[in-house]
Write a protein that binds this ligand. Sequence first.
Ligand SMILES: Cc1ncc(COP(=O)(O)O)c(C=O)c1O
Length: 379
Amino acid sequence: VQPLPFIDLAAQQAPIRARIDAAIARVLDHGQYINGPEVKAFEAALGEFSGMAHSIACANGTDALLLPLMAWNVGPNDAVFCPSFTFAATPEVVALAGGRIVFVDVLPDTFCIDPAGLTRAVEQARAAGLNPHTVIAVDLFGQTADYPPIREICDAHGLRLIADSAQAFGATLHGKQAGAWADAVATSFFPAKPLGCYGDGGAVQTNDPDLAAIIRSIANHGHGSERYTHERVGVNSRLDTIQAAILLEKLAVFEAELEARNHVAARYSAGLREVVTVPAVIEGGVSTWAQYTILLRPGERAPLMEALKAQGVPTAAYYPGPLHRQAPYADALVEGGVLPVTDDLAKRVLSLPMHPYLEPRIQDAIIGATRAALASIRT
Ligand SMILES: Cc1ncc(COP(=O)(O)O)c(C=O)c1O
């Protein structure tokens, strides 16, 4: 069986290929490969799309998380709260910045950080002699975290808030993007992300002009106002002009793709609701569906993945090993000492092929194969 693509980047490229070729050719013609005009134009377009005052393109989504932590001088006594049920980049940047990771459990339905757990974690960090400093909420699989209560907790305790929106650029809650609540929004343009380029890329967005200026400086070796003057230790984190040129073309069709993703998700849920726990979207939320992730009964995942693979249907377990149980994060504080929801989800989640160009006929075959395999596993 010819395997299906998990995310079909070729199908996405086909209708805009000529425009992408022309955009790349323009960059080759002008030759400004670093900080070329497309980078500025893309930053402006990002701002327009999201309503954020400042958009700073950078090298990848991991840097987009690291840059605000560096701007805020997070140090060894500073607690940074984040979920363990996420991609490694989320806690990794806390360690890189020199802060102290505090893992918080997630909600069993949306898989995003649990506000009640966050409150307990803040108390726990304080009792451990740490300074509660920043929350990194993750917009997992494409939907926003529950920002209104998270923002309230941050305000009550003097915490800063980063939205790790690597998977969810364009997602909304009550019609607003994460930047309506977060001090900084980090996103990724990794090729498989809903808005992806053809290499690495990322962006930080903020409405705070002072933070934006510091992040711009850090992203370019801590530069000062004069050439070759430096005000701080920074990094080299820029978005290539070619990637910005590609992203401008992709952003032009992004809104339509988000709509298509929502149709695909609705079709999956209609076809699978009776047999598995289908993904729950937070009330008032619109997801970008970076992943369509079902919840299985214990023990079903491995045989279902095997059965689907045999029929050419790729699946993925995001994320099978909770980060708080992995060696690099052994020193992190864990809210309440255990993260039962995270541990449970890690064993039972399964993501199905998801992209805006998934044809109904193929999707129906995936739904049918999933239902049949589960029926046979359950007998
Ligand atoms: C939740 C999350 N945070 C951060 C990142 C890091 O993004 P990048 O791969 O662009 O560094 C990713 C994706 O890879 C992610 O899924």
